[in-house]
Design a protein around this ligand. Sequence first.
Ligand code: NAP
Ligand code: FE
Length: 382
Amino acid sequence: MHYWNKIVIEAERRKGMIFKYSIPTTVYYGSHCIDEQAQAFETLGHKAMIVTGKYSARLSGALDEVIQVLSRYDQEYIIFDQVENNPSIETVEKASRIAKNNGVNYIIGIGGGSPIDAAKAIAVLAANSEMKAIELFKNDFDRVLPIVGIPTTAGTGSEVTPYSVLLRNDLQTKVSFGNIKTFPTYAFLDGRYTESLTYNTTVNTAIDALTHVMEGYVAKRSTPITDALALEAISVFHQSMSALSTGKITLEDRERLMYVSLLGGMVIAQAGVTLAHGMGYCYTFFKDMPHGKANGLIMKGYFSYLAVHAPQKVAQILQRLGYKEVVEFTDWLEQLFGKAPQLTSEEIEQYTALTLLQKGSMANTPGEATQEIVHHLWETIN
Ligand code: NAP
Ligand code: FE
């Protein structure tokens, strides 16, 4: 095509652009940002509930730094440190009762996605005295206590998304809720906090971040802004791929991955995730598989689908990762994670039915993700 024709088409495309971009979270990124921006906590109230998992908030150093800063500003706090990986509605209900009984005015989530997601649910329940956790999924609430997100993994980007993903034992899957009110007010990202991560969790969470960026990039709800963020994130991720393979992960890599995770959150906050996340929840629920690894294993089948339904975007992704063919990328993932678990034909039927429950992710997938396609993808991955 002639150069000028390309420019005309591009200009036409821009003229018709209609999109929204809204992230109400103030982001502080960088080493020691909590200490340097400590006054932010004072703007939220006088008593915090700090929500964490069992060990990582202490191990990472983040909890100590937050406590020091709260003490400096005469803030009271209580700690709820019982959030499990993949938080359940029972846990957030329990924590919210404690928050209400203690007159807490804001919630600080420190940890991976699990404590930060739990913090969002607790912030809603604590602000609405009669509300039951099961009602969170109606997304019909106005009052939410202010939330602070402090990630100790570089993966979910939950500190800049409105989403809270909770385990629904009754439905045998994970379900998310969230609206404009559940964006954290402040996010503090300090790559030092991820230095205590094991190699496996570093890799799992890094791939979660990468899949957010890629899924948001191909999503039907993607916009020019989320595309720009996604392409930047993929290029930055590329610089740390060999570190992820070899395990020689420096602080610089960790800061880079934290940045990728942040961009991933900003992308999915607008563009949403797609089929791969919807499918991955089955591995997590039934095979007890970490979230990022589950997404990574889905990529093999999903990329062959995307190569047909979003070929230009797949080409852009591969180029930024330094690959020519999809198989080079999926081979790299296989080196990290090994092969997907073998599923029985009954499991494939069950996983297909449960994936179809993830209606938002399905509708956001390029092309048309029908039951046949989902079934076929589960067979391909197997
Ligand atoms: P996670 O479940 O929060 O944590 C995984 C493990 O890593 C836990 O054992 C945790 O320990 C440990 N850990 C965390 N930080 C550590 C550190 N700095 N040093 C040592 N260990 C550390 O993992 P995640 O992958 O970050 O979050 C996954 C959850 O987020 C899933 O429920 C997923 O569905 C959700 N998610 C949410 C969004 C969103 O937009 N909201 C997006 C994607 C995924 P402790 O138990 O001691 O804390
Ligand atoms: Fe995710």
